[in-house]
Design a protein around this ligand. Structure first.
Ligand code: EPZ
Length: 431
């Protein structure tokens, strides 16, 4: 099995180019089925979640042609089914976006109920509440692990209040509502940059979506959506991950191809801890450096524009290395601290009290064999390994490669001593 081998203690220095945003491209690929015309999507990151979404598109009957390493032409004119295959949808929660877009295309959609993940229960009650509000029939219970949503006639616009800010529910309701009859209003909507990106893509297809990026999104249904050419926004979480790695290794890194405004909450926290972050507006780039001890601070994850929960494990590594006592509160997920047991194996001094982790900073972490609990926890293990003294072996790297394009190559270009190694299963336990 493949692992990462990291020899830590080297400052990251150089330039890293940020790829397209995973959490923007997944809704946009699902949205392609809303039209019968060809779409050309640029700046698609080469990550396994995208590969899986493309497999779903192919299984539905879409034809996909690669124009270059990050550009695809997708022809959804001859879809053959409204059913997302279980063997594909079970591997990625975001496959449930096809419920909204297939409901919008065909008036019926069927997919497997998404499983949980490594940081707690992840219900979809708000997604289903939205579909019901638009007039779709939604069963109370799944049948054989699958869920089918069906419009009686056509979907009709309605107001939907999201009891909790939910990116997925906001996306799914947008995807179903763009073809519904009349006006849909989503209240308490998610405001993440990827919500705005989806709205921009839908509007480029001829939809009428207003207010994305605020907590009230208004969608006036249209009869027809045309094909569109679109370029995905840069990944704010990938950028934030490299920013945190630059600070953890006391390096100096130019993070290129970003939208600085999307990084404001991350920049603010890194500066509060003593890093220097310089926004080079004309270059769509930011330079992150840190050459002094990190200051303790308090971090609370919140929906955008607050500090993103998807940066929680990454910033935890910095808090573990900051002088004094730091507090990290997770307000989005009910159990997103599992990775801390791995960080403790590297010498972190941290205790968890409810949804708050309390860190007593240590001078340096020590390399150790660790595993990736999930995508962002895995990224945090890489950051910890890059900063630690000695060798760190990261297992379960498949999680990391779901959302980070060419992470080994990008880090090597920054001077990191990291390599992908193959460990035969028999010896894996011994490592
Ligand atoms: C998206 O997940 C992201 N995934 C997650 O990123 C991210 O952590 C999350 O948004 C929050 O920003 C993708 O975009 C593919 P939510 P999602 O619905 O949509 C509760 C990553 O690392 N909730 O905003 O599943 C839920 O339990 C991934 O890239 C309900 O109660 O998250 C959570 O507490 C990890 N009922 C909160 O809302 C629902 O129907 C926010 O969840 C839906 C959600």
């Amino acid at each position: 099995m493949e692992k990462y081998r990291i020899c830590g203690g080297k400052p990251l220095v150089g330039t890293v180019d940020i790829s397209g945003a995973k959490n923007a491209v997944l809704p946009i690929l699902a949205a392609v089925v809303l039209t019968k015309e060809v779409c050309c999507i640029e700046n698609i990151p080469n990550i396994s979640d995208v590969s899986l979404s493309l497999d779903i598109l192919s299984s539905l009957g879409a034809k996909i042609r690669r124009l270059d390493s990050h550009t695809l032409e997708i022809d959804p004119s001859h879809l053959v089914t409204h059913v997302v295959p279980h063997d594909l949808s079970q591997h990625m929660r975001a496959s449930y976006y096809y419920l909204g877009s297939l409901l919008g295309r065909f008036g019926v959609a069927r997919s497997s109920l998404p499983g949980g993940c490594n940081f707690g229960v992840r219900p979809i009650d708000l997604h289903l509440k939205g579909f019901r509000a638009l007039g779709a029939e939604v069963p109370d219970l799944p049948d054989n692990g699958m869920i089918e949503v069906k419009a009686n006639g056509e979907l009709v616009g309605n107001s939907v209040y999201l009891d909790q800010v939910s990116v997925g529910a906001t996306v799914n309701i947008m995807l179903a509502a763009v073809r519904a009859k009349g006006l849909t209003v989503i209240e308490n909507a998610a405001k993440e940059p990827h919500i705005v990106d989806l709205a921009n893509f839908l509007n480029s297809m001829g939809a009428d979506v207003r207010g994305a990026g605020t907590d009230v999104i208004k969608i006036r249904g249209v009869d027809y959506l045309r094909g569109a050419n679109y370029s995905i926004i840069p990944d704010q979480i990938e950028a934030g991950t490299y920013m945190a790695a630059a600070v953890a290794t006391r390096g100096n890194v130019l993070v290129r191809g970003v939208i600085p405004k999307h990084l404001e909450s991350i920049t603010a926290k890194l500066e509060e801890m003593g890093a220097t972050v310089e926004e080079l507006e004309d270059e769509d780039a930011i330079r992150v450096s840190c050459d002094k001890p990190l200051r303790h601070c308090t971090v609370k994850t919140m929906p955008h524009p607050g500090f993103p929960t998807d940066m929680q494990p990454q910033i935890a590594v910095l808090l573990a290395l900051a002088e004094g006592t730091s507090f990290l509160t997770e307000n989005i997920w009910d159990n997103r601290f599992k990775y801390l047991s791995e960080l403790r194996r590297m010498g972190a001094d941290v205790t968890v009290n409810g949804n708050t982790a309390v860190f007593q900073g240590v001078a340096q972490l020590k390399g150790a064999p660790v595993r990736a609990n999930d995508l962002r926890a895995g990224a945090a293990m890489v950051i910890a390994g890059l900063s630690a003294k000695g060798v760190t072996i990261v297992d379960d790297i498949c999680y990391i490669e779901r959302g980070y394009e060419d992470i080994v190559e990008k880090l090597q270009a920054l001077g990191a001593d990291i390599e992908r190694i193959y460990v035969a299963p028999s010896t894996a336990q011994a490592m």
